[in-house]
Design a protein around this ligand. Structure first.
Ligand code: FPP
Length: 245
């Protein structure tokens, strides 16, 4: 089947997605919320395939936020089980497709089983370079900035860094997104118009795309639509638009 890609033209190098709407998707079907998360994992599968096929180099997925621990215990535990199941099921294919798995956030504080699975997936795919997929796990944008600031302060205290050398680049190197370009395009489905503590530092000049579709219904066609819209934007990064003609 031909891949209905976005057609010739540039694609964003880095796409970030807030995978929202799983609960509502399930509720509308009279299913438990966990069923929505499970269906959401299928959307991840399709989007990763599309990113790989269309030449997108980085995909960051908001998978579990620092605030998500406040959800009912059975929902949290369903999400944790799903993470293990997802990695067990998808890793062989991710490997075959040259996908590098990364984790951002305080993922080392996940329960031991989840932490070990994530660590193993990161390790096993370390040398893949076709597409990097960063799973934001136990992630909070403010916490990421706090962690980077603390790491900088420790370097200063140890005499390895002078306070006057703390600049944007130093901060960037200490964020857990170090080594990845900042997102060009941030997608939030489900009709919500918020950033919800995602990649606060990194989205300073990111283009946003919102849609009403719920994440479990999100497929490559929606990604294509977002990319086509992105291509129409003029990105000036705060400068004046270039004069044409
Ligand atoms: C937000 O929807 C989504 C989440 C909190 C979890 C995101 C997780 C997945 C898409 C699937 C899990 C995949 C892996 C790899 C573990 P919501 O529940 O807030 O939806 P609502 O706003 O409709 O209630």
């Amino acid at each position: 089947m031909p891949d209905a890609g976005p057609g010739p033209g540039p694609v964003p190098e880095h796409v970030a997605i807030i995978m929202d709407g799983n609960g509502r998707w399930a509720q509308r079907r009279g299913l438990p919320r966990a069923a929505g998360h499970r269906a959401g994992a299928e959307s991840i599968r399709d989007v990763i395939k599309a990113c790989r096929a269309w030449g997108i180099r980085y995909l960051t997925l908001y998978t579990f936020s620092t605030e998500n621990w406040k959800r009912p215990r059975d929902e949290v535990s369903a999400l944790m089980d799903l993470l293990v199941e997802y990695l067990d099921r998808e890793l062989p294919e991710l490997q075959r497709e040259g996908v590098q798995v990364r984790a951002i956030g305080r993922w080392r504080d996940l329960p031991p089983r989840q932490r070990a699975k994530v660590e193993a997936a990161v390790e096993a795919t370390r040398s893949n370079d076709r597409l990097t997929v960063a799973f934001a796990l136990n992630y909070g944008g403010r916490q990421a900035i706090v962690d980077a600031s603390r790491a900088l302060a420790e370097e200063v205290a140890a005499g390895r860094l002078r306070p006057q050398d703390i600049d944007e680049e130093a901060m960037r190197r200490h964020l857990d997104t170090a080594g990845m370009p900042y997102p060009d395009l941030l997608i939030r489905p489900s009709g919500e118009l918020r950033i919800s503590n995602f990649l606060l530092w990194e989205v300073a000049y990111t283009e946003f795309w919102f849609a009403r579709v719920l994440w479990p219904d999100f497929r490559r066609e929606n990604l294509r639509e977002a990319i086509e819209d992105f291509r129409k934007r003029r990105r000036t990064f705060g400068a004046l638009p270039e004069q044409s003609g």
